[in-house]
Design a protein around this ligand. Sequence first.
Ligand SMILES: C[S@@+](CC[C@H](N)C(=O)[O-])C[C@H]1O[C@@H](n2cnc3c(N)ncnc32)[C@H](O)[C@@H]1O
Length: 285
Amino acid sequence: MPHFDQKKAYAEQEEVFFDDGREIELLHYIYNKPDIDEIRGSPERVLAAIDEYGRTKKYLMNVGEDKGKIVCDLIAEVKPETMVELGGYIGYSCILFGNAVRKAGGKRYFSLERNPEFGAVISSLVDLAGLDDVIKVVVGSSDASIQRLYDSGKLKHIDLMFLDHYKPAYTTDLKLCEELKLVTPGSVLAADNVIKPGNPPYLEYVRSTVAEKRKKAESGDGENGPDARFGDRTAKQYAKRQGDEKLKTSKGNPNLVYESKLVNSYEPTGVPDGVEITRCTGEET
Ligand SMILES: C[S@@+](CC[C@H](N)C(=O)[O-])C[C@H]1O[C@@H](n2cnc3c(N)ncnc32)[C@H](O)[C@@H]1O
């Protein structure tokens, strides 16, 4: 297990920890900083200002430095031309990874965020960081946004995808990407929060063999929306929000071969968590 530097810890996560005005407060905090002119155009300084707020003011549900480094190293290795993130919040991962994608020679980073207010915060901070040439913020539910980007021809392939949104949607969105052939051999997935709060159905899916996935697909298992292991209330709420029947019943592509491993790390508060790194290595016919 790696070491966590307690000096860098974010404020503790409260009972209500987002969507209570702190996202707009963060914007005021950053734009009122005395060194705002030096922050402009510097992704590193924008990230440092966000971290400072998270440490000295209020908790923010960002991927943080430790897990962020795991994904940045992956970006340097994979050198994605196109990277997609599901769940942008206030733009921390988007600025960190969008900058890494640009440095690695990549062209496009799509940040998919459902909440329009959060989307506006991301856009403001991406602009401040000078990354608006690479990063495109897409507001809407991830499944609808993936479908729309695909239909419009703006998204043809996903080289690297960061999953960090609604936990039951990790598997359904991955299956949609498989079905649209956005995820193919060569694609890499990095899924956050697989320890805290955990995501057993997603881990089971990406760690399954082709034979296991085919068997499940034939029996119709897993086609009726999110897995019951997330609890009835969550599953029902998610199902209610999904308007598109096709997306709900997406079978994915069980023939894709995945190699998957957990990388242990920490939340920015110091709570242990992990990122599941999954590489699509082939397709069985
Ligand atoms: C944990 S936060 C993302 C943190 C961000 N990736 C970071 O590390 O800086 C999860 C975000 O996912 C968004 N979200 C939840 N469900 C979504 C969905 N179906 N489509 C798009 N965004 C969603 C939430 O509004 C929230 O902003």
